[in-house]
Design a protein around this ligand. Structure first.
Ligand code: 3EB
Length: 341
């Protein structure tokens, strides 16, 4: 291969890229896989001019909204199936679905997530990379079981059904939403290298003890995507929503500032070279490498304190958005997700 051909091949073997736009949706460009609006209205996912569009209601305040775009190099094909929408290049897939309001029991989640995993596999993208779950009334216990716990039970069943076909648990986020029932979207890849990471400071979520619910959450702490086998150090590390949890226990109840510091420290250890090396990854990161940072804060009154703690740890040039929303455990006040590359 000459240099030009190698350059083109390398450009094609890139990870999907995320950008956060605070000034409204950007114009559609080449390689656009999807737009995800985080605003004041929720609608089921749809195709708009052939591009999947997800609208999540995460804030009562429209001015606090932002738009997330996902792009990938190459020709994009999109489609619909069973209420889900998807777009993919030869290498990467974005897929979104939703459960209507009221459908938040374990059974409904198991059915919907199984259908999503079936679609992912039938489209030929068996390696899950990243998943987001937005759950209305996530801490609601009126049905007798907290919605998040029912959600985890259903999701675990869907993963159980697909484990034998090689579907691993990817990096994920599960947070509250104000509209819709449950909205989910995911990234998957056809053949790029995918490594799921755990954090030595935390018990693997899928091994949490029973006191947190009948079935544990199904996610890994981060997923490393390495698009090109001949460039092992080049890739993207997708960091799950990370909270002030040590072992399996939430720490510093009632103290958002200290929970934020623990979450940032958890991320530092997770992405640091000692941990990536333990997982066989030829790159290591520090918090100043983080981009597309999303900070979920339960109470608006904690925003200033959390912003200040994040400013100390992150690169001033990093794109950071703050979202006020409920988190999966009642006592958690802060959760942080990001991407490192
Ligand atoms: C935790 O570590 C905090 O259920 O998909 C973070 C990221 C959390 C993802 C999920 C939950 C999930 O347990 C909560």
């Amino acid at each position: 291969m000459d240099d030009t051909a190698r350059g083109a091949a390398t450009a094609l073997r890139s990870a999907p890229a995320c950008r956060l736009h605070r000034e409204g949706p950007p114009p559609a460009g080449p390689g656009l896989l999807a737009t995800v609006h985080h605003g004041d209205a929720a609608t089921p996912p749809e195709l708009v001019a052939g591009v999947p569009r997800v609208r999540l209601r995460v804030s009562a305040d429209a001015a606090a909204g932002f738009t997330e775009t996902w792009t990938a190099p190459g020709t994009v094909h999109s489609g619909r199936s069973g209420g889900m929408v998807f777009a993919h290049t030869d290498e990467h897939l974005f897929l979104a679905g939703h459960l209507p309001r009221g459908d938040r029991c374990a059974r409904a989640v198991a059915v919907a997530y199984s259908a999503a995993f079936e679609l992912v596999l039938s489209l030929g993208f068996p390696r899950l990379v990243r998943m987001w779950n937005l759950v209305r009334g996530i801490n609601d216990t009126r049905s007798g079981t907290e919605v998040y716990r029912a959600f985890c039970a259903g999701r675990a069943e869907a993963f159980d059904r697909h484990r034998a076909r090689g579907l691993g648990m990817p990096a994920a986020t599960a947070v509250g939403a104000l509209g819709g029932g449950i909205g989910f979207h995911l990234l998957a890849t056809r053949s790029a290298g995918v490594t799921h990471l755990e954090n030595p400071r935390q018990v693997a979520a899928y091994r949490y003890p029973r006191r947190y619910g009948p079935r544990p959450p199904s996610f890994s702490r981060a997923t490393w995507l390495q698009p090109d086998p001949v460039e092992p150090g080049r890739g993207v590390l997708y960091v799950s929503g990370t909270a002030g949890i040590l072992g399996h226990e939430s720490v510093h109840p009632g103290d958002a500032r200290r929970q934020c510091d623990v979450a940032l420290r958890n991320i530092a250890v997770l992405i640091g070279r000692a941990n990536t090396a333990r997982h066989g990854i030829a790159a290591g990161f520090t918090p100043t490498d983080l981009r597309s940072v999303r900070v979920y804060v339960r109470h608006a009154r904690d925003l200033d304190a959390v912003r200040a703690r994040c400013a100390l740890a992150l690169d001033p040039a990093a794109d950071v958005v703050f979202v006020v929303t409920d988190l999966c455990r009642r006592e958690l006040l802060v959760e942080i997700e990001a991407v490192a590359s």
